[in-house]
Design a protein around this ligand. Structure first.
Ligand code: UDP
Length: 381
């Protein structure tokens, strides 16, 4: 067994910082335990930030709050189209991987950074481990769906967060043989975002002042986030969702931390966020993770098109209206705590009314909160 296993972690977007934070922490815990037990080699992690998200409140704040080691490389590739970004990332990641020669490349989720990292590594014959493998919306109009499908094909280890994800892979004929001596390994380890929600909730309670700053009362407001291209790129869909939020805001305050893309689209539409004083919806800048945890925990209902926020709503026992036609997190819909409302104004308002008095207890749909530890153990064997 080698003394050190080298892992290159590739991240670039907000949800990936949160997911990677949990694994980086588990790596540190593993390394700290080495002198006391002979449980395996040291793990050496190199962090490659593609630069996909670059605003301070979309990137830097997460490194600081979640105590993620500073990136060893920042490729500064963001702001372009999907094809342009992905191409430039592959080229730049290849250079780094040739220099670092890692034993594993670790990629997260479904962004252009995920696919670029997996492609660059696979072509260099470096094994790829994909955290959040097997998720499917079965809607290939989503850029994320293309990224997931291709990344799963290229990965040697597929870390699934749910049973549904495992079943999705089985339906597609996974595991595949990658070479004469390598067959893909599929491991349901649970969801690293659940680890993050449990771990950082304590820190959030202690450090976040967002409830006081925004003058909010527990269970006295709705939290909304909108950023998926399928909503932001279609003005009529975005306008219909905004109309629903405005209608709901007449009943209960609605807080909307605005993703930069959504802000740009709303500004182009000449929409309400150009005139925040007169909008019933409360627009705020994107918040850090600790503030987000507090907003999520205290919200009466969450309305979102985010994958991560749908799950976090569940982790914190808050019902969720999803403004999409489908979701990768189908178990939440089956459990009756998440309602898919699409973007129709009345459907969104009705779903909100259906859920406003819904109370439930969080179950173990996403593991036990030790997914990152399991990932580290598997990479280490
Ligand atoms: N998030 C955050 N601040 C915000 C909005 C979201 O910290 O203002 C966090 C949220 O708690 C979740 C993650 O960002 O952990 C979700 O990211 P996003 O919605 O951008 O992506 P998705 O999960 O849809 O891929």
């Amino acid at each position: 067994m080698p003394d050190t296993i080298k892992i290159s972690t590739i991240i670039g977007a907000r949800p990936q910082f949160i997911k990677a934070a949990t694994v980086s922490r588990a790596i540190s815990v593993h390394n700290a335990a080495i002198p006391r037990s002979v449980s395996g080699p040291l793990l050496h992690e190199t962090i490659i930030h593609t630069g996909q998200h670059f605003d301070a409140n979309m990137s830097e704040v997460f490194f600081r709050e979640l105590e993620i080691p500073a990136p060893d490389y920042n490729l500064g590739i963001g702001g372009g189209s999907h094809g342009r970004n992905t191409g430039r990332m592959i080229e730049a990641i290849e250079d780094v991987l040739l220099k670092e020669t890692p034993d594993w490349v670790l990629v997260y989720g479904d962004t252009d950074s995920t696919l670029a990292g997996a492609l660059a590594a696979a072509k260099l014959h470096i094994p790829v481990a994909h955290v959040e493998a097997g998720l499917r919306s079965y809607n290939r109009a989503m850029p994320e769906e293309i990224n997931r499908i291709l990344t799963d094909q290229l990965s040697t280890i597929l870390f699934c967060p749910t049973r549904t994800a495992e079943a999705n892979l089985a339906k597609e004929g996974f595991p595949h043989r990658l070479s004469s001596d390598t067959v893909q390994q599929i491991c349901n380890v649970g969801d690293v975002m659940y680890d993050a929600a449990l771990f950082y909730a304590v820190k959030a309670e202690k450090h976040s002042r967002i409830m006081q700053t925004l003058g909010l009362t527990p269970k006295g407001f709705v939290l909304a986030t909108i950023h998926r291209a399928e909503n932001t790129d279609y003005p009529e869909r975005l306008a219909a969702i905004m109309a629903a939020l405005e209608q709901i805001a007449k009943e209960i305050p609605v807080v909307l931390p605005l993703h930069p893309r959504t802000r740009k689209c709303l500004e182009n539409m000449g929409g309400a966020c150009n005139d925040p004083q007169n909008s019933p919806v409360r627009f705020v800048d994107p918040v850090g993770y600790l503030d987000m945890v507090m907003l999520e925990k205290n919200a009466r209902v969450i309305i979102t098109d985010s994958g991560g926020v749908q799950k976090e709503a569940y982790f914190h026992g808050v019902p969720c209206v999803t403004v999409r036609e489908e979701t990768e997190w189908v178990e939440l819909v089956e459990a009756g705590v998440n309602v898919l409302a699409g973007s129709d104004t009345q459907h969104v308002v009705q779903a909100f009314q259906q859920l406003i008095n819904k109370f439930f207890v969080t179950d173990m749909l996403y593991g036990n909160g030790n997914s990152a530890e399991k990932i580290v153990d598997i990479l280490n064997t």
